[in-house]
Design a protein around this ligand. Sequence first.
Ligand code: DGT
Ligand code: MG
Ligand code: MG
Ligand code: MG
Ligand code: MG
Length: 258
Amino acid sequence: INKVKPEYLKSFVFERKLMPSTWIVVRIDGRHFHGFSEVHEFEKPNDEQALNLMNSCAVAVIEEFEDVVFSYGVSDEFSFVLKKDSQFHERHASGIVSVIVSFFSSKYVMNWKDFFPQKELKKPPSFDGRAVCYPSTEILRDYLAWRQVDCHINNQYNTCFWMLVKSGKSKSEAQDYLKGTRAQEKNELLAQQFGIDYQTLPVMFRQGSSVFWDKEDPTERYSDERDGKCRKKVVVEHCNIIEQSFWKAHPSILDEKH
Ligand code: DGT
Ligand code: MG
Ligand code: MG
Ligand code: MG
Ligand code: MG
C-alpha cells in the first residue's frame, strides 16, 4: 500500500491565478492551419464556409460559458472576453483556457458536416490557447482594435497576393511585388489591375466577426424553452469595433456590473 499522502503531492501543484478584477481574454488559434486549409482545399484567401464554421463554434462557446461576454474572430483565431469579476475555474489560467479550447475544438468537429456536407474532415483540428488580463476597458478595447487592424492588414495583403498568383505570378514574384506597398497602393493595385473595389469585398473578410448576446434589440428576444426564462440571442456581426460607435450602441457588452 502506498503511504504517500495526497496533500504532499498536491503541494507541488502551482496554479497560475489570473489577476482579480481584470478582463480576461482567451485567444485561441488553429494549429498548423496553413496545412489544414490546404488539405481541405479552403478557398484562398478567405473561405466563407470555413469562417462560418469558426463563427458557429464561437456562438456555442458564448452559449455554453456564461462569463464570456464578447468574442472576436478572424482567420483561424478567436478571442473570448470574460467578464472582469469572473470566478470561472477560480480564475486559474490552465482551467479556463483548456475548457474553452477543447470545447471549441470538439464543436468544430461536430459542426463540420453542416458547413462542408461534401467534404470529409481529414485531420483532427486543434487549437492553442492563452489567457491575458487587461486591467481597464480602454486597454481591452485597444486589444480588440489591434486584432481588427490585423484582420484588415492581412486581408488586404492576402487579397492582393492571391489575385497576383491567380493571374499567373509565382508566389515569390507576388511577394516581391507587394513588398513595401502601402494600404492605398494595394487598393489601387486591386482597382487598376483586377477591377476590384476593396470596399465591396464581403464585410466578414474585411472586418472579421464579432459574436455576442444581443441585449439591445428587443425584437431579437425569444423565450427559452428549457428554463422558461426570457433569453436573448447570440448574434454574429461584421462591424467596426475600433470606433466608439459600436460600443455606444451596445453598452451592456462591456458593462462592468455584469
Ligand atoms: P500555427 O498557428 O503557428 O500553428 O500555424 P498556422 O499555419 O495556423 O498559421 P497562422 O495561425 O499564423 O495563420 C493561419 C493560417 O491559416 C494561414 O496560413 C492561412 C490559413 N487560413 C485561415 N483561414 C483561411 C481561409 O479562410 N482560407 C484559406 N485558404 N486559408 C486560411
Ligand atoms: Mg498559433
Ligand atoms: Mg494558426
Ligand atoms: Mg492564426
Ligand atoms: Mg473535473
